[in-house]
Write a protein that binds this ligand. Structure first.
Ligand code: HEC
Ligand code: HEC
Ligand code: HEC
Ligand code: HEC
Ligand code: HEC
Ligand code: HEC
Ligand code: HEC
Ligand code: HEC
Length: 451
């Protein structure tokens, strides 16, 4: 009896739970996709909003709460720089948004794309400096060079109609940038967007992407000062700069205690004491001591350490492989080091680093190039449809300067012994030996070896 009663109670409770569950589920199905958000809580840090600007925020707090939250935690929100300040454009803009669902009552002319000239209205110096840097040419030079287009479309894309640009979309463009096209609504097309690359080319011809180091919509100075900001692009076998950094005492100190440093001091006022060791930004961009901050990352360089043959920089043209001025660049870089090290140590350091570049130039690149030129003159390089990449000699030549050679030079210049040596000079030596064997065979037999 006692037992039976208990089962009955369980049965009733179970039924009640089932019914309740069904009611809740049915309610959910009818409820709006997202719970309505209180408009004040959506942007509690924003200052001085006009009713027009508030309308964007009210609605986007429901539609894209992540964007509004990021913006609300930015200096822009505190300074009353709103969605409209960046997304409003002229009615004749080639990027104008048209017939956007949700924008039926929006009167302003808007664009989804925000080119650097918009930032330049309030930050003219940063844009001018960026435009003078090697970052400016990142997409332009990929677009302009036949060899690179052949690599992307023919070799890697295998000439497959509709798929032949895939490696550019998923690879090159995400670091270098891309010429962005828009559809009839002003929305960027899938084959050109999203392009997270640094040198995007906008439909009005402007170049640059300010969101790669301080991401939208927070536009945070602290984020840009951390090495991670550069690491999305500056890594891997051909320019392992983040790996190089991690191989230095600076990188080790950053890993050990970087989370405790002060990252948000105003530009020109971020000094040793806020941090103990430099990051990529400290050496290449930030103000330190008497040195002014710059968005021109080519300014503090002596060599072009990515080129087949490294030479001292001596040009004001951002499209030139030699953009920058060697002596002035070196003097400025030394100014960075001298805030924490003595001139004796810094001079000694660069004496060895420069020897690394010269050894690469003389002992590895020049002999490799000479063999290449001689084989070419004798018609002993492959020239078929899949050349040069199906030719072992030309493949080695590419890996010599583009991979191992860059690792050796950048490892030496940034003080990373594993990259300078084991991934650098040691590999160079092995590659040159192999090239020498192939060269000898072709010169002796007068023919290209069969696999
Ligand atoms: C009544 C709601 C509403 C208002 C007001 C509104 N938007 Fe939108 N907005 C939307 C919706 C919905 C989308 C489309 C989102 C999507 O595709 O996921 C959108 C898209 C956008 C886009 C990207 C373009 C696209 O098609 O994806 C931008 C930029 C934008 N809005 C900016 C603004 C600005 C600036 C304002 C104020 C002038 C504003 N919005 C006002 C609802 C609104
Ligand atoms: C300081 C300038 C700035 C402000 C302020 C700003 N945006 Fe943007 N927004 C950008 C930039 C830059 C992009 C990237 C577009 C590009 O690639 O050109 C962007 C992209 C977008 C996109 C499309 C891309 C995506 O991630 O979906 C939406 C939607 C958008 N913004 C909405 C807003 C809204 C809503 C606000 C206000 C809460 C706002 N923006 C404030 C600069 C700004
Ligand atoms: C209407 C003027 C205006 C526009 C347009 C504008 N900004 Fe700003 N920006 C400001 C103001 C004001 C501040 C705050 C300065 C301060 O607090 O010292 C600021 C601060 C910043 C900061 C420093 C944030 C920090 O953490 O200290 C960055 C980075 C920045 N803006 C990037 C951009 C980029 C990139 C664009 C274009 C996509 C842009 N801004 C467009 C006015 C503008
Ligand atoms: C979104 C990708 C991306 C990010 C992020 C990025 N870079 Fe670059 N960087 C590039 C590309 C691509 C090039 C090569 C441009 C060219 O020569 O065409 C480059 C080139 C350079 C150069 C050589 C310039 C020259 O004149 O040869 C330096 C130095 C540099 N970057 C430093 C930095 C630093 C420091 C950071 C972080 C604060 C950074 N980059 C963030 C993509 C990026
Ligand atoms: C992971 C990001 C990334 C990808 C993907 C990438 N690059 Fe780069 N590229 C860089 C960086 C960073 C540099 C700068 C190297 C340096 O300064 O040492 C660079 C340098 C270059 C340079 C030499 C600089 C110059 O001005 O001539 C060329 C050319 C180049 N890349 C072309 C390409 C092409 C073409 C592709 C795709 C087939 C590609 N890259 C893919 C990041 C990338
Ligand atoms: C390669 C990475 C990188 C790119 C690309 C970049 N920035 Fe910056 N930005 C930084 C760093 C790092 C700082 C902090 C410099 C310092 O420590 O003084 C900064 C600081 C700023 C500041 C704050 C300076 C001030 O005086 O308040 C503004 C504004 C700014 N950037 C705007 C821009 C604009 C506009 C663009 C596009 C043309 C841009 N940035 C592109 C890395 C970058
Ligand atoms: C301690 C200062 C320091 C730090 C930290 C540092 N670099 Fe460098 N970097 C240098 C020096 C010095 C050179 C060589 C300059 C020259 O040509 O004399 C260099 C060269 C480079 C080059 C080669 C440019 C070319 O001509 O190909 C790139 C790219 C680069 N650095 C990116 C980075 C990135 C990304 C980080 C962070 C992951 C970083 N650096 C960290 C000092 C530094
Ligand atoms: C913000 C201060 C700071 C700056 C700027 C700085 N360094 Fe350092 N560096 C350090 C600290 C701290 C160490 C660790 C010292 C130790 O190992 O006892 C260090 C270590 C080194 C080491 C390892 C040497 C050793 O004996 O352990 C080299 C090499 C070096 N730095 C070179 C440079 C060069 C070159 C520059 C400029 C391009 C530079 N540093 C800029 C703080 C700095």
């Amino acid at each position: 009896m006692h037992h039976k009663n208990k089962s009955l109670i369980f049965l009733l409770v179970g039924l009640a739970i089932l019914v309740l569950g069904a009611v809740v589920l049915a309610g959910c199905a009818k409820a709006p996709r997202r719970a309505p958000q209180p408009t004040v809580a959506a942007a509690p840090h924003a200052q001085g909003l006009t009713p027009e600007a508030k309308a964007c925020i009210d609605c986007h707090a429901k539609e894209t709460p992540g964007i509004v939250n990021d913006w609300d935690h930015s200096k822009h929100a505190q300074a009353g720089v709103t969605c409209l300040d960046c997304h409003e454009t002229t009615p004749d803009s080639p990027m104008l948004l048209k017939d956007i669902k949700g924008h039926e009552n929006v009167k302003a002319s808007l664009s989804m794309l925000v080119p650097p000239s918009t930032c330049a209205k309030c930050h003219p110096n940063e844009v001018k400096q960026f435009d003078a840097s090697g970052h400016h040419r990142a997409a332009l030079q990929v677009e302009n060079k036949d060899k690179m287009q052949a690599l992307i479309h023919h070799h890697e894309g295998r000439d497959l109609e509709g798929l032949d640009g895939t490696t550019e979309e998923t690879g090159c463009a995400q670091c270098h940038g891309k010429r962005i096209k828009v559809d009839e609504h002003g929305i960027p097309t899938a084959d050109t967007y999203p392009a997270a690359g640094i040198g995007n080319i906008y439909p009005n011809g402007e170049v640059g992407n300010c969101t790669v180091c301080h991401t939208r919509h927070k536009f945070d100075i602290a984020e840009a000062r951390k090495p991670d900001a550069c690491a999305t692009c500056h890594l891997g076998p051909d320019h392992p700069d983040i790996e190089i950094y991690q191989d230095t005492k600076h990188g080790q100190i950053y890993a050990a205690e970087g989370s405790t440093w002060k990252w948000d001091s105003p530009p020109g006022d971020w000094e040793p004491g806020d941090y103990r060791a430099p990051t990529c930004a400290t050496c290449h961009m930030s103000g330190i001591g008497d040195l002014k901050p710059t968005h021109n990352v080519s300014e503090r360089l002596y060599w072009n350490a990515w080129a087949p043959l490294s030479k001292p920089r001596n040009s004001d043209d951002p499209m030139s492989p030699l953009t920058g001025h060697a002596e002035q660049g070196r003097a400025e870089m030394k100014q960075v080091c001298l805030q924490c090290h003595s001139s004796a140590m810094v001079d000694d350091y660069f004496a060895s680093a420069d020897k690394g570049v010269e050894l690469y130039n003389k002992a590895y690149f020049e002999p490799a190039k000479q063999m290449l030129d001689e084989l070419k003159a004798k018609g002993l390089l492959k020239t078929d449809k899949w050349a040069p990449w199906d030719d072992e000699f030309q493949n080695l030549y590419y890996h010599l300067w583009h991979h191992a050679g860059r690792r050796a030079r950048q490892g030496a210049l940034m003080g990373a012994p594993d990259w300078a040596h084991w991934h650098g000079f040691f590999e160079l030596q092995q590659m040159l030996d192999k090239m020498q064997d192939i060269y000898n065979y072709r010169m002796e037999t007068g023919e290209i070896e069969k696999p």
